[in-house]
Design a protein around this ligand. Sequence first.
Ligand SMILES: Cc1cc2nc3c(=O)[nH]c(=O)nc-3n(C[C@H](O)[C@H](O)[C@H](O)COP(=O)(O)O)c2cc1C
Length: 222
Amino acid sequence: MNIREAIKARHSVRQFKALPIGESEAERLKAVIEECNKESGLNIQLVQNDPDCFNTFLAHYGRFRNADNYIALVGSSSLADLDERAGYYGERIVLEAQMLGLNTCWVAGTYGKGKCRADKNAGEKIVCVIAIGYGENEGKPHRSRSLEKLCAVKKEDMPVWFKNGMLAAVLAPTAVNQQRFFIDIDGENAVITAGRAPMSRIDLGIVRYNFEAASGHRCISK
Ligand SMILES: Cc1cc2nc3c(=O)[nH]c(=O)nc-3n(C[C@H](O)[C@H](O)[C@H](O)COP(=O)(O)O)c2cc1C
């Protein structure tokens, strides 16, 4: 599975098999996380075999099952773009997980915030977590807002790279599937802005990563 196939195949999965993450998959995930941390200055961590974090009323209400493994997106509160950075690098890890045969779900609300086992250094906070494991199912495609609402360029005027990027942007996970972003073209790059909505800066980072991975062109945030 290549990255474009992973973008298409990824859907939120909330029910997992009661299986630990395989050793080689966990090693690969940790290596990618280390690369992401080096590049971003974040302190992203893989937490395995922790049945407590998703053992809360909200998590059960959100139909999470066997969510015993998760990735905690941790970083310094002093970073002005912390949410966007967490989104961008988190999505890189999510797509790597998909290529390794794992399933994921971004979670900012329905987990036990006080129970998260990730380590925090002074001045750091947990932006959100990503549940990860072997899904009981593969999830299902989300409904999408129309392209005109998400993009300034008409379909017939899009260069191929931009069209590939937009297709991947539309498939990106966003909080409550809100898709509050808008993408334009500026020469050889795309430019993205976020609407005013809770968590839209995390979404912005996620969408940027999808766009860049599928198009091979930069997607710059405003
Ligand atoms: C930043 C962010 C936060 C999210 N928080 C939650 C959450 O607290 N609980 C939950 O069940 N899903 C959560 N989701 C998953 C979204 O509901 C899901 O990504 C969206 O409905 C699109 O569906 P898809 O991921 O299957 O494409 C979150 C997604 C994102 C990107």
